[in-house]
Design a protein around this ligand. Structure first.
Ligand SMILES: [Ca+2]
Ligand SMILES: [Ca+2]
Ligand SMILES: [Ca+2]
Length: 112
């Protein structure tokens, strides 16, 4: 299951918000998810995970969670596809300019 949105931690749990709205679903990110690190904060991205529906605690509604979720990182350089598009590196090459330094390392260096 894939969902697009902005991940935010509301103090007790991660939730995924549809861009520009207050609609959200629970998000259970992987422990090592790159989507929850500082580089990816406040960016709308495509998350992939296991869709889970269950009754709310009071039994009156169904609550939805995207479990074991992480953002799409096609080339595995620990920058999400959407972030790479935004900063101009290739989402399909770990080292876009082929200089031996991967895109994430270069991006982090450029932010300091
Ligand atoms: Ca990437
Ligand atoms: Ca890349
Ligand atoms: Ca490079």
């Amino acid at each position: 299951m894939q969902l697009s949105g902005v991940a935010r931690h509301d103090g007790s749990e991660w939730r995924l918000f549809r861009s520009g709205t207050n609609d959200s679903v629970g998000l259970g990110p992987l422990t090592a998810s790159i989507g929850t690190d500082d580089l990816h904060a406040n960016l709308s991205m495509t998350w992939e995970g296991r869709w889970r529906q269950m009754e709310s605690a009071d039994g009156l509604s169904i609550v939805y969670t995207l479990d074991n979720a992480d953002v799409q990182d096609t080339d595995g350089d620990r920058l999400a596809d959407e972030l790479e598009t935004a900063i101009g590196t290739s989402p399909t090459a770990e080292d876009s300019d082929d200089d031996g330094v991967d895109d994430r390392t270069e991006h982090e260096a450029s932010m300091n």
